[in-house]
Write a protein that binds this ligand. Structure first.
Ligand code: FA5
Length: 345
């Protein structure tokens, strides 16, 4: 075959190659050590001196042409292969996106925000205080002196210290003292926060939980203000039809002291398992601030009077959402927490 026919045949074959294996076979047959071009170059030696030079130049030009054609085809075949693969792996932009799970507020955080919001509308400022607290504020200045039996009621966790008696606060009431020491009446504050008690856990008791303290002090504040404001709060959180009931209770830092119950929202006061068939559920302790407490913070009890209350957030949230075990709040179980996903962020 003439050189020209050889090259045309080789180029035509190159056009039919569509994969890497075909490229390799072509390269081996045409440009490889035993390929047709090498074969032709080997025959140069047998040509007469006069023709050899010219034939050599022609074969080299031919070789360069074939190499260029191969490089171009190799590039084209690889591009074809890539196109083909991409077409197979195509992205369907009309498919719906994948949803990323969104976090939500913990039910207690949502409840704290909802409750402090209600109190803000009733004119109460929200403040926070320390969880590690001096016994002076947790007890002494709340009219619970050392060795007073009432001190045991709060099952306090103590922190070892030589300098002062220090507690993990067992209630938010020490903030009553801190606030009154800092400011003059009128005072209207609520204090949400975590508290700790050395208590056995069960479905309604935790060793750490959250309380809301409330305090209002001014001239002419009476028990009627306490009753009206707390009843309004209960209706805003549990519904306008709720009834409230006050009964005498004892807390050393109030006089008189009361507890407040609402008629059971599950049976509307008829009596059920949740309200232990009494028709009522207790939600907080309250009372008129004891004159001793007012005196010790520098308020004149003949001029000023006030009321305070304390309630537990976990029990409030359990009641509102029908949660039957307080431990669920701290279990980090997403099956439980996920049910509150729609809580406001
Ligand atoms: C107090 O802690 C008083 N400081 C409340 C108070 C404030 C009275 C101001 C008068 C004036 P008590 O120990 O009852 O009171 O707790 C208040 C609320 O905390 C209870 O009604 C309950 O809702 C919640 N609570 C108490 N112990 C636990 C517990 N172990 N686990 C979960 N919640 C609790």
């Amino acid at each position: 075959m003439s050189d020209e026919a050889t090259i045309r045949a080789a180029l035509a074959r190159l056009e039919t190659v569509h994969d890497e294996a075909g490229l390799a076979a072509w390269h081996r047959d045409v440009l490889g050590r035993r390929g047709s071009l090498s074969e032709a170059l080997r025959t140069l030696g047998s040509l007469p001196e006069s023709e050899r030079r010219q034939a050599g130049q022609r074969l080299n030009t031919l070789k360069a042409e074939l190499e260029a054609a191969f490089a171009a085809r190799q590039e084209a075949v690889r591009a074809e292969l890539l196109d083909h693969r991409l077409a197979g792996e195509g992205v369907d932009v009309t498919l719906p996106g994948r949803r990323h799970p969104l976090g939500g507020l913990h039910p207690l955080t949502a409840m704290i925000r909802e409750v402090t919001d209600i109190w803000a509308h009733l004119g109460f400022q929200t403040v926070e205080g320390p969880e590690v607290e001096l016994a002076k504020y947790s007890f002494d200045m709340l009219n619970i002196p050392k060795d007073h039996p009432a001190r045991d009621v709060w099952d306090t966790i103590h922190i070892e210290s030589d300098a002062a008696e220090i507690t993990l606060r067992p209630h938010t009431s020490p903030m009553q003292v801190r606030i009154m020491l800092q400011q003059q009446p009128p005072v209207r504050v609520v204090v949400p926060g975590r508290v700790y008690r050395y208590e056995a856990q069960d479905a309604t008791h935790e060793w750490h939980f959250h309380q809301l303290e409330g305090l209002a002090v001014d001239r002419h504040i009476t028990m009627a203000d306490l009753r009206g404001t707390l009843a309004e709060f209960a209706r805003q959180i549990f519904g306008a039809e709720r009834k409230v009931r006050f009964r005498c209770d004892y807390f050393p830092f109030v006089e008189p002291g009361v507890d407040m119950s609402i008629d059971c929202p599950f049976c509307s006061g008829k009596g059920c398992r949740i309200c232990k068939y009494s028709g009522w559920i207790e939600i907080l302790g309250a009372g008129m601030v004891h004159p001793n407490v007012l005196r010790w913070v520098g308020y004149d009890p003949d001029v000023y009077s006030g009321w305070a209350f304390g309630m537990g957030f976990e029990r409030l949230t359990m009641l509102k959402y029908g949660v039957n075990d307080i431990r669920a709040f701290f279990s980090n179980d997403l099956r439980f927490l996920g049910q509150f996903q729609r809580a406001r962020l």
